[in-house]
Design a protein around this ligand. Structure first.
Ligand SMILES: Cc1ncc(COP(=O)(O)O)c(C=O)c1O
Length: 407
């Protein structure tokens, strides 16, 4: 059997500069690097581990050059390059490193910017598994973690130490949707010699661009809106040029890689990101407004509502709101809240969000930082508002509130 490939080996071309087209148009054309497509609209999905070279010299020069070379399945493929290029363009980043989940991307961002003995500041309203990562993993590597109130920059300022290397932000926050003042936070962190990592999963790069607001690194759980169809896990770390090489080296030294099928699903999801988000936003705003009128609801936490405490910050730094919102029930017991969730027919009970479908979950936000007040037993109801017809969703919520009252 011939084992020699004398075809011209596939090679990645540097992404083209951003053109004049609007983002809705670019979404359909980005992530299609020249030279690897052979005319297909969707980039082919490359499955491979080994790559065969025609000579040792060709093999060695590919390894020497590395960027954009097809070398080995773990270190890149045209499918992954297409997704990386698209995400870099969308977020305005220098580099994108793909990971097999959002949490893995968060770990990569933290591990590549911290060393033993460093101090890390994390928003107290962070996605809860990040607290677990800090407690169970980073602490074992001698990294000291402290939590800060995302709404109080004065207390944050007082927490910096000479060894503070990273400030980790998530805006809006998980469950309670506080919006952080990212330009001010980045300024403060940089004055103190720290880099800023922002989880931008809720807004996606279409509705907020933290790198343009001053952040050094953005992470996404691509599992949510970027993939958008609840059929793949994916994470990405997007960096400015000052930190990009340390993120990529850590990635390259530790062996994580996104599978080609998941990359292809993410690339397909991206094409419809704008139209999906517009509908998520439209539906979520209507539902937020209707929840505000209900006797069972004490507060709706959704930044696009004028009642949201940081609505003005949201208007300043975001260009839209996605489909995830939370409401705080009037004092009620868990039985009633659960009866409501159980009675919903169109909202599935399940973890995650960002797919086309509506979801519901009750949660107990846990806040450790003393300045963030959250009553110990105060449950919230988290709704992911999907792409269903708004009338059907409102009807479903109505009948579930009937079940709430009966419980
Ligand atoms: C805000 C946020 N960041 C990160 C993650 C983690 O993403 P993944 O589930 O892909 O690991 C999640 C998951 O729910 C999330 O909500």
């Amino acid at each position: 059997m011939a084992r020699v490939n004398d075809m011209t080996p596939l090679k990645r071309h540097r992404p083209q500069p951003i053109g004049e087209d609007k983002i809705q148009t670019r979404l359909l054309h980005m992530g299609t690097p020249e030279g690897v497509l052979a005319g297909t609209v969707a980039p082919p999905t490359y499955h491979f581990s080994s790559v065969i070279y025609p000579s040792m010299q060709a093999y060695e020069s590919a390894h020497h050059e590395r960027y954009g070379q097809l070398i080995y399945g773990r270190v890149g493929s045209p499918t992954l390059w297409a997704l990386e290029d698209a995400l870099c363009e969308l977020e305005g980043a220098h580099d994108a490193v793909l990971m097999p989940s959002g949490l893995a991307a968060i770990h990569l961002a933290l591990a590549s910017t911290l060393s033993a003995g460093d101090h890390l500041l994390v928003t107290d309203a962070v996605y809860p598994p990040v607290k677990q990562l800090c407690k169970q993993v980073l602490s074992r590597w001698g990294i000291e973690v402290e939590y800060y109130d995302p709404l109080d920059l004065n207390t944050l300022a007082a927490l910096f130490k000479s060894n503070t290397r990273v400030v980790y932000a998530e805006s809006p926050a998980s469950h309670t949707l506080e919006i952080q003042d990212l330009p001010a936070l980045c300024h403060l962190a940089h004055q103190n010699g720290a880099v800023v990592i922002v989880d931008n999963t809720w807004a996606t790069p279409l509705f907020q661009k933290p790198l343009l607001l001053g952040a050094d690194i953005v992470v996404h759980a691509g599992t949510k809106y970027l993939v958008g169809h609840s059929d793949a896990m994916m994470g990405v770390v997007l960096s400015q040029s000052g930190v990009a090489s340390q993120v990529r080296s850590y990635w390259s030294d530790t062996g994580s890689c996104l599978g080609p099928d998941d990359a292809a699903l993410a690339l397909r999801g991206l094409r419809t990101l704008d139209v999906r988000l517009q509908r998520h936003q439209q539906n979520a705003l209507r539902i937020g407004q209707s929840l505000e009128q209900r006797a069972e609801v004490a507060r709706v936490l959704y930044p696009a509502l004028p009642s949201h405490p940081q609505h003005d910050l949201w208007r300043r730094d975001f260009s839209g709101a996605s489909g995830l919102l939370t409401f705080v029930p009037q004092p009620s017991d868990k039985r009633q809240v659960d009866a409501f969730a159980d009675a919903l027919k169109l909202f599935g009970i399940g973890a995650s969000w960002g797919g086309f479908e509506s979801l519901v979950l009750t949660a107990l936000p846990q806040r450790g930082a003393s300045s963030l007040l959250w009553p110990k037993a105060q449950y919230v109801v988290r709704l992911h508002i999907g792409l269903e017809h708004i009338d059907d969703l409102l009807k479903d919520l109505d009948q579930a509130f009937d079940a709430w009252r009966r419980a």
